[in-house]
Ligand binder design. Structure first.
Ligand code: SAM
Length: 341
């Protein structure tokens, strides 16, 4: 294959903002779902999305160039394997995540401010932190929790396969969001009970969802508790789960969350973290790119960070825990098992 001149390689990277917007527009218009059952002509796509045909055609070509769709001479456009992940309601769907990218897009425009000052770009732009913003913007919160729920559905299957929860009686999911992860664990372990712990508006929404079929019967084994994990967490669990929580926070806040878990836990309880574990040294593995980008996303959006295993060990030790083992999933995340000391 001919090598790409460095200027062209750089130019491609420099248009990353355009690709992000093309994917956002595709998700917003539901283009992948329209191609789910087979190729569609540009006339039909424009009619179904009520968009300007000429502009949409150029957007579709951009998405072909980015590898999301394919152009089919005879019939129009069709899905590639990458594009299938933008369909809604399919296993591994990333549609909700793509829809959630609109605020990130603006926030990334202030990366230079973060680099110069250390201030989180999100806080600089919106004059409040990410979670206060979500409390004040229910629509953005709904999009965020839908995106997290999609991610949780993937990680939940891995946790069930890789970790034996059958010895536990009650798992407290601290910052459990919409409860997707917890419900999957309860489904896999019929004698397990759960507590979904999150902020008031989040658990209110989860309570409404839990009352509906088909999850109502399963949700009977799940208590829902509202609170602030920076202040305290519910007592009485023998497993405490923190999934994608610590990477949202700086070290000081992480210590508070972990100490609050430690104070609520019995001596025989376990703490389970689901987080990315940063490699000590970056390599060329295909996982490196999304891991580094997630770390940067935390830098600009929440002021949090991804951490190496020694960094996790140190944080845990400060809060009265010992890291026992790290179980790597096939995706980006690891399950980190910790015990009180
Ligand atoms: C990145 S999401 C992770 C959600 C879920 N654990 C998962 O893995 O999909 C972080 C969660 O922490 C919750 N959260 C943020 N601040 C909180 C606080 N002070 N007290 C309790 N929960 C909080 C958010 O509402 C959100 O559900």
């Amino acid at each position: 294959m001919p090598s790409v001149p460095p200027q062209m390689a750089l130019a491609r990277l420099m248009t990353g903002y355009a690709v992000a917007q093309l994917i956002y527009v595709a998700a917003k218009l539901g283009l992948a779902d329209l191609l789910k059952d087979g190729p569609q002509s540009i006339d039909e796509l424009a009619r179904l999305t009520e968009t300007d045909k000429n502009s949409l055609y150029r957007v579709m070509r951009g998405l072909v160039a980015a590898g999301v769709f394919q152009e089919n001479d005879a019939t129009g456009f069709e899905l590639s394997a990458v594009g299938q992940c933008l369909c809604t309601g399919v296993p591994g769907s990333m549609s909700a995540m793509a829809l959630c990218s609109d605020e990130s897009y603006f926030v990334w425009g202030h990366l230079l401010h973060t680099v110069k000052t250390g201030e989180t770009a999100f806080n600089h732009l919106y004059d409040m932190d990410r979670y206060q913003y979500l409390r004040e913007h229910p629509e953005a919160a709904a999009k965020f929790h839908a995106a997290m729920s999609g991610l949780s559905a993937q990680i939940a299957e891995a946790v069930v396969k890789l970790y034996d929860l059958s010895t536990f009686d009650k798992v407290i999911d601290v910052g459990g969001g919409s409860g997707t992860l917890l419900l999957t664990l309860l489904r896999a372990h019929p004698s397990l009970r759960g507590v979904l712990f999150d902020q008031p508006a989040v658990v209110e929404e989860a309570t409404e969802q839990f009352a509906k079929e088909p999850i109502a019967a399963l949700a009977k084994r799940c208590e829902v508790v509202a609170g602030d994990f920076l202040t305290s967490v519910p007592a009485g669990g023998d497993a405490y789960l923190l999934s994608h929580v610590l990477h949202n926070w700086d070290d000081e806040n992480c210590r508070s969350i972990l100490r609050n878990c430690r104070a609520a836990m019995g001596e025989q309880s376990k703490l389970l973290l689901i987080e990315i574990v940063l490699p000590g040294r970056l390599n060329q593995s295909p996982m490196t790119y999304p891991i580094v980008m997630t770390d940067l996303q935390m830098l600009v959006m929440t002021g949090g960070r991804e951490r190496t295993e020694p960094e996790f060990r140190a944080l845990l030790q400060d809060a009265g825990f010992e890291l026992q083992r790290v179980i790597q999933t096939r995706g980006l995340d690891s399950l980190i098992e910790c015990v009180p000391v």
